[in-house]
Unconditional design. Sequence first.
Length: 649
Amino acid sequence: MIGYRRAAEHGHREAQFQLAEFYYSGRGVPKDYHSAATWYRQAAEQDHLAAQVALGKLYYSGQGLTKDLSAAARWYQRAAEQGYQVAQTLLGQLYYAGEGVVKDDSTAAGWYRKAAEQGDREAQAALGMLYCAGEGVKQNDSSAQQWYRKAAENGHRAAHLWLGNLYYSDAGLSVDKASAARWLHRATDTLSAQGPIALGQFHCQGAGGVADYSQATDWFRRAAQLGHSDAQVWLARVYATGEGLARDYPQAAAWYLKAAERGHRVAQIELGKLYYAGLGVPKYYGRAAMWYRRAADQGHRQAQVELGKLYLVGEGVRKNDNKAALWFRKAAEREYSNAQFQLGHLYISGKGAPKHTGKAAHWYRKAAEQGHRDAQATLARLYAAGEGVPKDYIAGYMWANLAAAQGEESSGELREQLAQLMSIAQVADAQRLSREWKEGGSATSSNLLRTGTGFYVSDQGHVVSSDYAVKQCRKITIDDSPSELLFKDKASELVILQGPLPSGLATLSREPPRRGQYVTAVGYSLPVYRGSDLQATAGEIRALAGLYNESRYLQITAPVNPGNSGGPLLDASGNVVGVISARFKTTALAKATGSLPANVNFALKASLLRTFLERHNIDFHSRPLDRSRSAITVIDEAKIFTVLIRCYQ
């Protein structure tokens, strides 16, 4: 160390660099980023290439220096211009992200190519991504394949996965499932849990044209053994249901426990259920309550209801009606029908809340309108008796009729009793309302113009949707709560609505979309016919422009139905990469393409949404792509921030 210092103080640049390395790592001296920066700078100013890169990294991270992305870019460029491949890759990353320099995909591609041709695997993988997406270079799947292969053969872990996915999709290449499987298998040796997860999903989707759940289970097991919590939950569910494996509750409990201890909220509630029922573990209400609480604290609505039930009866916790009401209300306010039904019961009985039949009727109605059978039956009795609502035999008959149709026996008897008190015209009116409810999802839906989808982007309750979803509306509701139109942008066809305060927020992708990228479209497709459950459909980005090469749009293969309009298009991390647009009419597609393409839909690019939000000073969240997250997790999270929009005439 003394020798290095003496040489460094005499201007020896390699000694200066090594002394900086000692200070940066804390080897032989106390870790000191400021001293590291001092010696890196002295070496860098003598054109020590590695020192220039190291100094740039300190400026980028703000370690030992004031964070300065422009300074980072300058030092990277000094080394890059002298042919240093690491600097060329880092400079390419800055140009691609627009950090410290003006964003320029073409310049990024140029620096990536220089480094890639010298064998830098990070640059090779990045160049493959640019060719795949057509960013900074002309889109070319063959070139993407070439650079992905070079990166993979050079040891780039994720490139194995990307190359396998490229072979599996039909993005400009003939589908080659054998090659896809080969590269995905290689990914299992290099990507910890991500490779097995990819192969599990690959076999679920049909590696040879037919789904192979046995193979899928084997690969998910490998991912689970490597600690991937989503894979652990998947495997536990297979053991619990007996689908693909012999039912084995102890094994289910063991895998749920592994994921639950890592904070996976679905695993936590499922483990709680096993403890409550004594399946695979000893029956233990206290342990059930503990796991329910952990999931409930993370916002899992069903867990909040299950915990409330335990407080109501005193199983595993000290009986406390007030705490039961607290947990029921948390889930009820997020439109969970079971919680709304339970909260209605508390207002009827006066447990945990002052007795109030009017408020009870309010919560019963909210649950009933979501199709909750017992809530419909209870609401029918309230209308028949005039408790909490005006006495109304027609409404009572309608709700009894709906509950009876779902097999609630006492409602059939009530319906017949009410019919004896009603005129023929009143019975006919009640039956008509029943039919309209079934078709429209609400007893007052005859003036429902259309439904759409939206998603929360801010803590203040700002909801994004499409102009089509709220066009010509006299009244707008978000999950049955009144809403109003705040902002509208004709150019992007986007709108911002004011909704209730949210329980979760969507995040926008920080990365531009890529051709061939896996995406999920979520929304309330045709709720009139399918109920009010969130629908999710998977596909990929087919093109980075819409009809007539319209640059605002993405073309996607994910199926889209009426009602999806305004919903989020999510990447593999659950980040928003687009906003679903109302489906173009088949005739328009045929006119534009000369044929009737199957399964071609459109989404407005998230970059337009970002600009729209910034223009109106609305704060939003964004995050980078994380390919380790499963589709199950993405959809579970989407349920929290995605909302049903109803438009009334």
